[in-house]
Design a protein around this ligand. Structure first.
Ligand SMILES: C[S@@+](CC[C@H](N)C(=O)[O-])C[C@H]1O[C@@H](n2cnc3c(N)ncnc32)[C@H](O)[C@@H]1O
Length: 311
């Protein structure tokens, strides 16, 4: 069995959202097709950065917080990296501060960028309960990681927990890497992690449900069945994970789509190499050990090429 911790909401899923997250339709969304419901969406309905395949999973920060409650190893890793950076940190896809809050508590100044207002609001809510010294270390911006210009450079730029997988096209990746480079000090480091594509997930029948441990709603005590369906588009390398929450008798279906671009390791290396990065190192699962065949999350470190090298 793979030791891969699902990038999705498996694991510590002990509090489901009480209501289905509502897809938000921002400017980047594909036009909704007549008669299409959330349950009937297919992978062909997704694939624009910022569309609801990139947002629905983050509409309910309470669900997010509970789902990934036990994910700690990456927090410790990013906090260590932030301390070692000896300078301010920029986190893209900062979400509700699952990592950034700990970075700030560790005494490091951090700027966060995210497209999800609910996640940022949740982070602000958490910050309100922190001492002023921690609050002062955090600056948050609502915006798209492909576009936002902060006119500031950082010692460390991070993109934790598969946020990079919301860059669906080469154009998205290149726009983002240009922003990351522009925000890095010449001696700075880009640090991020991404799930390696799992061959089994890519060939699953989209009609099949893969149940996982049920959830329990802590407020009502009700059990909620949890399952995932997978649909892969091998041409665009996009994986749609449909998270389905139902009552034990199968009623009250709530569907949460999550779309991830699947990057193969050497493809990722090439993207970084041809977009102004060098000294590109891949390590396994927040251990700083070399990759092996069992790796789940590839941790990437890279440095911006100097202007002379890029010419
Ligand atoms: C898996 S979460 C990671 C959140 C946080 N870093 C953590 O480790 O818990 C991915 C985050 O990326 C954000 N995101 C997705 N597309 C984005 C974009 N184009 N620009 C900025 N943020 C984006 C989502 O809103 C979400 O908060």
């Amino acid at each position: 069995m793979s030791k891969r911790p699902s990038p999705r909401a498996s694991g510590a899923k002990d509090k489901p959202p009480r209501t289905p997250p509502r897809p938000r339709r921002d400017a980047a969304d594909p036009a909704p097709k007549a008669g299409v419901t959330l349950e009937s969406l297919r992978i062909s309905d997704f694939g624009s950065a910022g569309d609801f395949g990139a947002q629905a999973h983050y509409e309910d920060p309470n669900f997010y917080g509970q789902a990934y409650r036990q994910r700690r190893h990456d927090i410790d890793y990013y906090v260590r990296a932030a301390r070692d950076a000896n300078g301010p940190v920029l986190e893209y896809g900062v979400g509700n501060g699952r990592i950034a809050l700990h970075v700030a508590r560790a005494g490091v100044e951090i700027t966060g960028v995210d497209l999800s207002r609910p996640m940022l609001d949740d982070f602000k809510h958490k910050l309100a309960n922190e001492p002023p010294s921690v609050r002062r270390r955090v600056t948050l911006h609502h915006g798209d990681m492909r576009e936002l210009e902060l006119e500031r450079r950082f010692a460390l730029v991070t993109v934790p927990f598969n946020a990079f997988l919301h860059l669906y096209t080469r154009r998205d990746v290149e726009a983002f890497l240009a922003r990351a480079r522009a925000h890095l000090l010449p001696t700075g480091t880009l640090l991020f992690d991404f799930s390696i594509p799992s061959p089994a997930d890519l060939v699953r029948d989209p009609e099949l449900r893969f149940p996982s441990n049920p959830l329990r709603d802590p407020e009502t005590g009700e059990e909620v069945a949890y399952a995932e369906r997978f649909e892969y588009d091998p041409l665009r390398q996009l994986l749609l994970v449909r998270i389905e929450l139902t009552a034990p008798d199968g009623s009250g279906l709530r569907t949460m789509p999550l779309t991830h671009r699947q990057f193969f390791p050497r493809e990722m290396e090439a993207l970084l190499h041809y977009n102004g990065f060098e000294q590109i190192f891949f390590t396994a699962d927040f251990t700083d050990l070399p990759l092996d065949r069992h790796v789940d999350s590839i941790v990437v470190r890279a440095r911006p090429k100097s202007a002379g090298d890029r010419a």
